[in-house]
Write a protein that binds this ligand. Structure first.
Ligand code: NAP
Length: 538
């Protein structure tokens, strides 16, 4: 028992929500409609979660604007006007701020407050939640809306603290303008964030050195203004588009091919890939329906992209370094870029292979690899996140008998449907491990989870019930299903953050449910229709 477990709470709510990003905001909106009292705690000085922190140059969503938005309000989706095919960070944040104001959400959100612990008190059947601002509150229910890509991670490179220049992390970018003009800049990391930031930094910096450990597949975005005609055509049937999206694998309306890549001639396959490349975006990986399950099919898509890299990048040695060969295309998150490969034709940009010659140390003046020393004024860490479980792991969460969540999950997360974990009654997760989350348009996943939780709370209230928990047996079966579905795909062949592979010591388990959003949504609905099958209601 800790000190906060004995102290007298300052306030009581029906529900505490952790995080005021897309998930926390919509959760609060639904709780209000149910007449429940709620407090949302948010670490940032503004709402928006990941989109509040990710202000790095070039930050942009790679799901198209018309789809990367809430569907819960017809008025909102009809009235909001997006300006580009893919929304940039500032525009998404404006949208989130608009939502917070439009639905009068701010009065229940406490900013600049990080939840440090959440302990379940068996005697009162309440969660005791403590924050870094000294709050101690109790609530019957606690909802973790803390995000799947929110725990930014800087690798433990020796000498990090000795660097005399400026350092930045893409996932925790300063609010003030960062100007790299005249500077020697180093970027570590070539995932989605690095691939977006690098072309912008290259335009400003006197010299840019990109430290690449694993080259990534990237498809051109071909971003541009969103025409009024296109926007209006979409809005004419917004509800229909949303409903169709919810039946798909990723919750995104792509053109999902019904054919395998080996079912067509070489010429036809090439034509299909060319057309997809010309359209741009992650739609490319749906050019055939077996790219995620058949290595031979995947090889064709991968080679097509490598050919494009060789075409774009003038120096053949640099093109070879930029060409991914150690994982099937799509098994690390596919990137979507604007002028990424082209940037390596600029005379002020150099590529360093830190797989061949790893970074040994950060020095006061730059970065030292095993074979060279690079003098730098600024270092940008585009090194990603402790994904899916990281934000939960930073909170001391304790359930029945004081069991710590991090101890329960030592060998990997265990959840039922990614919504609850056995032994932690009345604790919900939004887009938790074992749900489709990061493999989907996350707003579609968020809305589905929030609706499921809100409907569950209403169900409990209508029946005079106070408690829901996941059944341990149902959880074991779900974890087995999550693994089995992943094993039928090529995903486990990549050392990706989906597998926890980017964090030293993190268990290697496939974190999201890859069976598809549409199927997952059906399963969640079946569970409810069968009286919350696999949950214990008291
Ligand atoms: P990431 O995909 O995990 O990429 C991190 C990069 O840093 C990788 O290239 C990684 O190399 C490298 N790295 C990590 N530690 C390193 C070390 N010690 N030495 C050298 N290199 C190191 O992270 P991210 O780019 O921030 O993206 C994370 C996810 O956020 C994306 O996959 C996507 O889901 C989302 N996101 C989306 C958008 C968008 O919508 N456009 C933009 C940004 C992010 P290895 O590959 O070898 O580990």
């Amino acid at each position: 028992m800790t000190q906060s477990d004995r102290a007298t709470p300052n306030a009581e709510f029906d529900v505490v929500v952790v995080g005021a990003g897309f998930a926390g905001l919509y959760m609060l909106h639904r709780l209000r409609a149910l007449g429940l009292s709620a407090r949302v705690y948010e670490a940032g000085i503004g709402v928006g979660g990941t989109w509040f922190w990710n202000r790095y140059p070039g930050a942009r969503c790679d799901v198209e604007s018309m789809q990367y938005s809430y569907s819960f309000s017809e008025e909102l989706q009809q009235e909001w006007v997006w300006t580009e095919r893919y929304p940039k960070q500032a525009e998404i944040l404006r949208y989130i701020d608009h939502v917070a104001d439009r639905f009068d959400l701010r009065r229940d959100i406490q900013l600049q407050t990080r939840v440090t612990s959440a302990h379940h008190d068996a005697t009162t059947d309440q969660w005791r939640i403590a924050t870094d601002q000294g709050d101690l509150v109790v609530a019957r229910f606690c909802v973790m809306a803390s995000g799947a890509l929110s725990a930014a991670r800087t690798p433990d490179i020796p000498g990090l603290e000795t660097f005399q220049g400026r350092q930045y992390h893409t996932g925790d970018w300063p609010r003030e303008t960062v100007d790299f003009t005249g500077q020697r800049v180093g970027v570590i990391g070539t995932g989605s964030s690095g691939i977006q930031a690098i072309p912008h930094i290259a335009k400003q910096a006197q010299h840019l050195t990109v430290f690449q450990r694993t080259p990534n597949f990237s498809i051109p975005a071909w971003n541009g203004p969103l025409s009024t005609e296109r926007q209006e055509a979409w809005k004419a049937d917004y509800a229909g588009h949303r409903a169709r999206a919810r039946t798909t694998r990723s919750g995104i309306l792509y053109e999902y091919s019904q054919r395998g890549a080996l079912d067509v001639s070489d010429e036809e396959r090439r034509c299909v890939f060319e057309a997809r490349w010309a359209r741009g975006g992650a739609n490319f990986t749906h050019a055939f329906n077996d790219l995620f399950i058949n290595k031979a099919s995947n090889d064709h898509a991968a080679e097509f992209v490598r050919e494009r890299i060789r075409e774009i990048v003038q120096d053949p040695a640099v093109a070879a370094m930029l060409s991914p060969t150690n994982h099937p295309i799509g098994t690390k998150r596919i990137c979507v870029d604007t002028d990424y490969f082209e940037t390596f034709n600029c005379s002020n940009v150099a590529l360093v292979d830190v797989r061949a010659n790893p970074i040994e140390a950060i020095t006061p003046t730059g970065i030292r690899t095993t074979d060279a020393e690079y003098k730098l004024d600024s270092i940008v860490f585009a090194t990603g996140y402790d994904a899916v479980t990281g934000a939960l792991g930073r909170i001391d969460i304790r359930g029945d008998n004081g069991l710590a969540l991090k101890d329960k999950w030592t060998d990997g997360p265990q959840t039922y449907l990614g919504i609850m974990t056995a032994g932690f009654p009345n604790l919900f997760m939004i887009t938790g491990p074992g749900s489709p989350s990061v493999l989907t348009n996350v707003i579609v996943s968020i809305e589905q989870h929030v609706d499921w939780i809100a409907n569950c709370l209403a169900y409990l209230r209508e029946r005079g019930l106070a408690r829901i928990s996941a059944d341990a047996r149902a959880e074991t079966d779900w974890v087995a299903e999550v693994n089995a579905v992943a094993d039928r795909t090529l995903f486990p062949q990549a050392a990706s953050w989906y597998m926890g592979a980017n964090i030293p010591g993190k268990p290697r388990v496939f974190l999201p449910y890859v069976g598809g959003f549409g199927r997952y949504n059906e399963i969640c609905a079946e569970v409810v229709a069968e009286g919350y099958r696999g949950f214990c209601l008291e």
